[in-house]
Design a protein around this ligand. Structure first.
Ligand code: HEM
Length: 339
C-alpha cells in the first residue's frame, strides 16, 4: 500500500472515524509482485492438476438465479449503481471448495457464494465470498508458494509431507483458515452459513466520504452446521438437492452487512479476522429464487472477477484482492478452451 494512503487510513481509524477523504482510494498495484497471472494459475495446476473444464478453486457448484436490492443505508453508504435501491437481477453460483468437481459436500472445506449483478443500464458487479471469515494466505506470493509446496511428487502422486510441514512451520499464518474450519463443522445447507468477503473494500458514500469495510452475507434462515453424524452419513452431493427443496418453500435470502474496522484492525491481511464487536450496517438483501435442475447453467461461463465498481465500491490495497482479477481471467480462458 502506498505509504500516504496507509497514513490516511491509520489516521482516520485512530480518530475513530470510518471515513476517508475523497480520493484516498486510488488503485494500488494491479498484480502480485514478480508473479504473472499465468504463473499464479500454473501454481493451481501444479497442485491440483491441469485445468480442463472446471475452476481450479471451488470447482463444484450450482447455478442459481435471484436478485439484490440495497437498503436505504446501503444507498447512503455507496454511490455504486448496484446500491441505487433498485431491484437488480443476479446470476448466482454456489460452490464447494476442493480440488475436484466431485468434492464431498460434507468435507471440511469452505462453501462459496458468487454472483453477478447487472443493472438495467448494463453496469456489472461481480463478487465471490466464502463460508469462513478468513482466507488461507496473506499474500499471492504465499498462496502460490503454498500451492507449490503441496504439488504431488511424480514418484508417489502425493504431496511430500516434509515439504508441506516445512512450509507450514515457516508460515503459520497460512493455517488460520484450516484451524477455523477444524473448529466449525461445514454448513448444513448453502442457505445456512454466513459468507464472508474477507478482503477490505473502500465504499464511497453519498456524502463523498470513503469508508473501508469488509462484508458478510448473513443467512436469513439462521446458521446451521452439520453434526459429526451427518458428516458421516449424508450423501456426497446433498447440497444441491437440499437447496432445490428449500426453494420450493420460498426464496433463500441473505442480508449483506458491512463491517467497519477500528483502530489497529489489519485492513490488508485477509488471514486476520476483525473482532466480533465492530460496527455493522445492513446494506442490502440478496435473494436466491431458483436453482438449475441439473449441472451447468449461466454461471459456468462467468469468472466472478470484476470485484470493484468505482467509485462506489473500490478494492483496497489488500494484495490478495489486487491479485485476483487477472488470474481469474486466465483461469476462465483455460477452462473455456479445455486446455
Ligand atoms: C491471491 C489471491 C487469489 C487468487 C490468485 C485466486 C484465484 C482464483 C482462481 C484462479 C479462481 C478460478 C476462477 C475461474 O476459473 O472462474 C478462483 C475462484 C474463486 N475464488 Fe479466488 N483467488 C484468490 C483469492 C480469493 C479470496 C481472498 C477469496 C475469498 C473470498 C476467493 C474466493 C474464490 C471463490 C469463492 C471462487 C469461486 C467463485 C465461483 O464460484 O466461480 N479467492 N480464485
Amino acid at each position: 500500500m502506498p505509504s500516504a494512503r496507509r497514513t490516511v487510513l491509520a489516521a482516520s481509524l485512530l480518530l475513530g472515524l470510518f471515513a476517508l477523504p475523497l480520493g484516498a482510494g486510488a488503485p494500488g498495484p494491479a498484480a502480485a509482485q514478480g508473479l504473472s497471472p499465468e504463473e499464479i494459475v500454473d501454481a493451481f495446476e501444479a497442485a491440483l492438476g491441469p485445468i480442463r473444464t472446471h475452476r481450479p478453486s471451488h470447482p463444484k457448484g450450482l447455478c442459481a438465479a435471484g436478485h439484490f436490492q440495497a437498503t436505504p443505508e446501503g444507498t447512503r453508504l455507496s454511490v455504486a449503481p448496484v446500491f441505487s435501491g433498485e431491484r437488480i437481477d443476479a446470476i448466482i453460483r454456489l460452490g464447494v471448495a476442493g480440488a475436484n468437481p466431485q468434492a464431498s459436500d460434507t468435507a471440511r472445506t469452505t462453501r462459496s457464494l458468487a454472483f453477478r449483478l447487472e443493472t438495467a443500464r448494463g453496469e456489472q458487479w461481480d463478487t465471490a465470498s466464502i463460508s469462513a471469515p478468513i482466507f488461507g494466505a496473506p499474500t499471492p506470493e504465499l498462496l502460490v508458494a503454498g500451492l507449490h509446496a503441496r504439488a504431488p511428487l511424480p514418484a508417489t502422486g502425493q504431496p511430500d509431507p516434509a515439504r508441506v510441514a516445512a512450509f507450514i512451520a515457516a508460515h503459520p499464518e497460512t493455517t488460520r483458515q484450516a484451524a477455523w474450519l477444524a473448529a466449525n463443522n461445514p454448513p448444513a445447507s448453502w442457505a445456512t452459513t454466513p459468507y464472508w468477503g474477507v478482503n477490505t473494500f473502500l465504499f464511497r458514500g453519498q456524502d463523498g466520504q470513503t469508508r473501508p469495510a469488509r462484508w458478510v452475507f448473513e443467512p436469513r434462515a439462521g446458521v446451521e452446521r452439520l453434526s459429526a453424524e451427518q458428516m458421516q452419513s449424508l450423501p456426497r452431493d446433498f447440497l444441491a438437492d437440499e437447496l432445490r427443496r428449500r426453494l420450493q418453500a420460498g426464496p433463500v435470502e441473505f442480508d449483506m452487512v458491512l463491517v467497519f474496522p477500528a483502530a489497529g484492525d489489519d485492513l490488508l491481511n485477509p488471514t486476520q479476522a476483525w473482532p466480533e464487536d465492530r460496527p455493522r450496517v445492513t446494506v442490502g438483501r440478496l435473494a436466491i429464487v431458483a436453482a438449475e435442475a441439473g449441472p451447468g447453467g449461466p454461471c459456468d461461463g462467468i469468472s466472478f472477477l470484476q470485484l470493484d465498481m468505482e467509485p462506489g465500491i473500490q478494492m483496497s490495497d489488500d494484495p490478495t484482492l489486487q491479485a485476483r482479477a487477472a488470474p481469474y481471467a486466465v483461469s476462465l480462458t483455460r477452462r473455456s478452451q479445455g486446455r
